[in-house]
Design a protein around this ligand. Structure first.
Ligand SMILES: [Zn+2]
Length: 266
């Protein structure tokens, strides 16, 4: 049996393991950053939609006040004309116009009241939210209960956390970039070599690593596959000790003697 081929593959696994351990220094930071990003987006949207409602209410209010002022001016005008009315018919016609404008004012005032009530309702809901927060009853707080100031504070906190995590990740990436680059180069060279010498072994290796599994080649540990802890049949031990490999019947990993990894490290 040609053992040099498996040695080449163990070396490849050793290099991939090194990259793996460097990447694990990132300690799930990329995932954490993604989650924070999502929270930030959600909070930003909440704040924006509240602002839009407030802006619309403000516009609507000033529009209604304008209408009321116009109506009042018209009424003044009509009243002045009434003093100059030449007969009852003219006077009554002006009265009707005044009446109409008064109705317009009343309608606008109802709409203004509606806005005031809507604002009051939001204030009451947020007050309830603040009370729940004070009592630590966070699970009972709905989206709209979150007080404006706390929502803004939340946004600031999220931004700070994100900046911190991004900086942390960036510094790790910068620190390790050189090592990762050089390891990637070595991996490429090693793969080219195996491609030439033992294509089928490389295919097996890549196939095993195509899912979430990273360690395709593992050590024999206490007479078992160290990937899944299934015992390796005794009649295969000799071959492994001699530097050959065994395909685990349970997980399919390539099991080799520990010595081969030591050699790959050296
Ligand atoms: Zn196994």
């Amino acid at each position: 049996m040609d053992h040099t081929k498996i040695n080449l593959l163990v070396k490849l696994q050793h290099l991939d393991n090194q990259i793996e351990s460097i990447v694990s220094l990132q300690k799930g930071l990329p995932e954490e950053i993604d989650a924070l990003d999502e929270d930030l987006l959600f909070t930003t949207r909440q704040i924006e939609s509240r602002k839009k409602i407030a802006d619309d209410q403000l516009k609507q209010r000033s529009h209604l006040h304008e209408i009321i002022n116009e109506c009042k001016n018209k009424i003044l005008n009509f009243k002045e004309k009434q003093t100059l009315a030449r007969n009852n018919k003219e006077y009554d016609a002006l009265s009707k116009q005044i009446e109409y404008e008064e109705k317009e004012i009343a309608q606008a005032e109802i709409q203004l009241q509606d806005i005031v009530h809507a604002v009051q309702r939001v204030e009451d809901i947020q007050k309830k939210g603040r009370q729940l927060i004070a009592e630590n009853r966070y699970d009972e707080i709905t989206e709209e209960m979150m007080p404006d100031d706390i929502l803004h504070q939340q946004l600031e906190d999220l931004k700070k956390q994100l900046d911190q995590k991004r900086e942390e990740l960036e510094s790790i990436v910068i620190e390790t970039a050189e090592d990762v680059d050089s390891l990637n180069k070595k991996v490429e060279e090693q793969r080219a070599l195996i491609e030439h010498e033992a294509t089928r072994l490389l295919d097996k290796y890549d196939h095993l690593r195509s899912g979430t599994l990273r360690n395709a080649v593992v050590r024999l540990n206490r007479n078992a596959c160290s990937g899944c802890n299934t015992r390796v049949p005794t009649n295969r031990h000799t071959m492994i000790v001699q530097g050959g490999f065994y395909l685990c019947e349970s997980c399919g990993r390539i099991v080799v003697h520990e010595r081969l990894f030591e050699e790959a490290e050296g």
